[in-house]
Write a protein that binds this ligand. Structure first.
Ligand code: ZN
Length: 162
């Protein structure tokens, strides 16, 4: 990665840290509230999700922690808002693959299209700092937990396939 790109990525991360997108709360219900915690760094993420007819209509974020955890959550919220749950899951899988933690994804070594990632690509530099990967994925794993909560509560006949 060249220096110019590193600089650009650093600016994107700082911008999202200083001016987090989609900050706030949603009424619960109908919104769903979910929390994530990374004890290694002391990061906390709070998400409010509004899912209607298979679409993540709205997302609000809260919490505190290091610049990586907070900016990653901000970039995530902007990227997933308004998308279908299927697209949201695809994006979560792509992001985890970018950080090398997508081993459950098949195939695990599928190439990641950086151009298609937009600002998410800024977080790829985190792979150089393994201790920060949990910071970068915290918001995403919290989102995944929230979506699973909603799936479990909305479809009583649903049985987990693993
Ligand atoms: Zn952190």
């Amino acid at each position: 990665v060249n220096d110019h790109l590193d600089e650009l990525y650093r600016e994107i991360i700082l911008d999202h840290y200083r001016s987090p997108r989609n900050r706030g709360e949603l009424p619960v219900p109908p919104g769903h509230r979910v929390e994530g915690f990374n004890p290694l760094c002391g990061d906390e993420i709070l998400l409010y999700l509004d899912v209607q007819d298979g679409v993540l209509v709205d997302i609000k974020t809260g919490g505190h922690g290091c610049s990586i955890s907070q900016s990653s959550t901000s970039i995530m919220s902007a990227a997933v808002k308004g998308n279908s749950l299927s697209d949201v899951h695809d994006l979560i899988a792509t992001f985890k693959r970018l950080l090398g933690v997508g081993e459950e994804i098949d195939p695990p070594d599928a190439p990641v299209d950086l151009d298609a990632l937009g600002e998410l690509a800024a977080l790829q530099g985190v792979v150089k700092f393994p201790v920060r990967i949990k910071c970068a994925t915290l918001g995403w794993n919290t989102l995944l937990t929230g979506l699973r909560d909603l799936t479990a509560s909305s479809t009583s006949a649903y049985t987990a396939q693993g």
